[in-house]
Design a protein around this ligand. Structure first.
Ligand SMILES: [Fe+2]
Length: 316
């Protein structure tokens, strides 16, 4: 393990931050090694022609608007200088996985939790977990688009509504089962849109807008061209019940017509949450862990009120 390096799974800086229980961190730019920059450079070079061929227009505009350096790992503050005035979104450095509610709640604040490590240059197509290439080149250019950014914020609002409804329900079996089901449905929605979504406006070519595809040299082409991939118009009742696996190319993808269409589906998701329609979705992946559940159930539990009489005491 090298001290001066931010390679995924081998970064002492990240391990130390996690050890201190920190989730929000600074981006220690001085720690990127030459081989980290080299990994970025090669990934960016590899992806550029694929983006031109397969990415949706708004993504390509986003790449230009952010003025990313193809040769160096980006500084988040540079990215944010361009991004913030466009949609109010910011990329915020995190030490790794953050529990589901905290992630969605960040979207409400127009903050995108961003991994700052980068994959090993020796295995560019292998990605054990998100890295800065996935997060910054795959997700962040989409945040320059107002309709897409608004859909993300609305998704965060849905999560907030869920946290409100299930505040303090830890230990109540029925409520916990419902919450598990709703988080699962939300994760599936997110997966089949923000991470692996396809888009085809009427009469136009099929393009990619999901970040998992936009940051994968092999899968971006596979998603659009492979005859064995099933591509269907986005259908909410199917998406929320459809399990997925993360360790191979996706066999099934859903197509929206536009980001306004995506936004309207997020609104429907919200209605379905509120009406109880998602309380018992089909079981299977993704697994909802205890930390994710607690993040929702404990987020909005009110602090115990101050002891009786304290108000009078202050007033006196
Ligand atoms: Fe992602």
């Amino acid at each position: 393990m090298r001290e001066n390096d931010l390679t995924t799974t081998q970064a002492p800086f990240i391990e130390q931050a996690k050890g201190r229980g920190e989730s929000s961190i600074r981006q220690p730019y001085e720690l990127y090694s030459e081989r980290n920059h080299e990994a970025w450079r090669r990934l960016y070079q590899q992806m550029t022609p694929r983006w031109r061929q397969y990415a949706n227009e708004r993504f390509l505009e986003g790449i230009d608007l952010l003025a990313m350096d193809p040769d160096k790992v980006p500084r988040l503050e540079d990215i944010n200088r361009f991004l913030d005035p466009l949609t109010g979104f910011k990329a915020v450095a995190v030490a790794g996985y953050i529990p589901a509610y905290l992630f969605f709640d960040s979207l409400r604040r127009r903050e995108f939790p961003t991994t700052i490590t980068i994959r090993d240059g020796g295995r560019l197509d292998y990605l054990p977990e998100p890295d800065i290439f996935h997060d910054v080149s795959g997700h962040v250019p989409m945040h320059t688009d107002k309709a897409f950014a608004d859909a993300l914020v609305r998704f965060g609002d849905v999560a907030h509504g869920v946290a409100k409804k299930y505040a303090g329900c830890i230990g109540e079996k029925k409520a916990m089962d419902e919450l598990t089901s709703i988080i699962k449905a939300m994760a599936r929605f997110f997966w089949f849109t923000v991470e692996f979504g396809l888009m085809q406006p009427p009469g136009q070519d099929l393009k990619v807008y999901g970040s998992g595809l936009l940051s994968s040299y092999g899968e971006i082409r596979h998603a659009v061209e492979a005859p064995e991939v099933q591509r269907y118009p986005f259908q909410l009742e199917w998406v929320v019940n459809q399990y997925f696996e993360i360790d191979h190319y996706q066999p099934l993808l859903f197509v929206v017509e536009s980001f306004d269409h995506l936004f309207s589906e997020v609104k429907r998701l919200e209605e379905w949450v509120l009406s109880g329609k998602l309380n018992n979705v089909s079981p299977g992946e993704p697994h909802v862990n205890e930390e994710d559940l607690r993040s929702f159930a404990e987020a909005l539990v009110e602090e115990p009120s101050s002891p009786k009489g304290s108000e009078e005491l202050v007033l006196a």
